[in-house]
Design a protein around this ligand. Structure first.
Ligand SMILES: Cc1cc2nc3c(=O)[nH]c(=O)nc-3n(C[C@H](O)[C@H](O)[C@H](O)COP(=O)(O)O)c2cc1C
Length: 203
């Protein structure tokens, strides 16, 4: 069945959360972890994953022609399909999303046998955010991410979660220190959970 033929959920919406960085001390992973807690508080069920558990070579058409999708891309496609919404925390790398995140999105967008490439994305609700040590809060990078996710068929929420000067943003427990940022995280999580419950689909 096509995902857009599915009914919206009457249960708690399932939200997948991932960071576009696998760096051990990643600020974006901290943001994703904070958002996972906010999603639970907003009434959703959160699944926080690390892309380190889904390694993929840089996309290459010859590799795909010879071997198809990497097993990790298949697993991640399944995970996307079983969730109603996704939160992406992406570093900004030269005014765009991280190469790791783009490569992952690219592999997942490829057809798997008879299943069209965009199936894991279509009808899902996305919320985006990013943390950077710089002043911009990843706003430029998130513009690119929004464009890519929209092109893949996701409904990307207008509110974004930006964390500038990330080195000072989190306390030792990994929580956002600023009340303003905590409130923003709550608002984005609530919008994600409510919209995913209303229109998000699984496939
Ligand atoms: C190749 C590269 C390019 C970067 N470009 C930007 C940028 O355009 N804007 C920005 O604010 N930070 C930029 N940064 C800094 C990263 O956003 C910062 O290192 C961030 O903490 C990385 O995310 P992480 O902590 O989740 O690993 C760049 C870092 C690297 C390695």
């Amino acid at each position: 069945m096509s995902p857009i033929e599915n009914e919206p959920t009457t249960d708690k919406p399932r939200i997948l959360l991932l960071s576009g960085s696998t760096r051990r001390q990643s600020y974006n992973t901290r943001l994703a972890r904070h958002m996972a807690r906010s999603v639970e508080q907003a009434g959703g069920i959160s699944t926080l994953i690390s892309l380190a558990d889904y390694p993929m070579a840089i996309y290459h058409g010859d590799d795909e022609a010879q071997s198809g999708l990497p097993e990790s891309a298949r697993q991640l496609r399944s995970l996307f399909k079983s969730h109603h919404g996704v939160f992406f925390a992406s570093p900004e790398e030269n005014s765009s999303m991280s190469a790791l995140l783009k490569n992952t999105l690219d592999w997942l967008s490829r057809a798997d046998g008879d299943e069209p490439g965009k199936v894991p994305y279509i009808g899902k609700v996305a919320a985006i955010g990013g943390a950077t040590t710089g002043a911009s809060g990843t706003r430029l990078g998130l513009l690119h991410l929004r464009t890519v996710l929209s092109g893949l068929g996701m409904l990307v929420l207008p509110s974004i979660m930006t964390i500038p000067f990330a080195a000072n943003a989190f306390d030792d427990a990994g929580d956002l220190q600023s009340e303003e940022q905590r409130t923003a995280a709550e608002a984005v999580a609530l919008a994600l959970v409510r919209t995913a419950a209303a229109v998000g689909v699984t496939s």
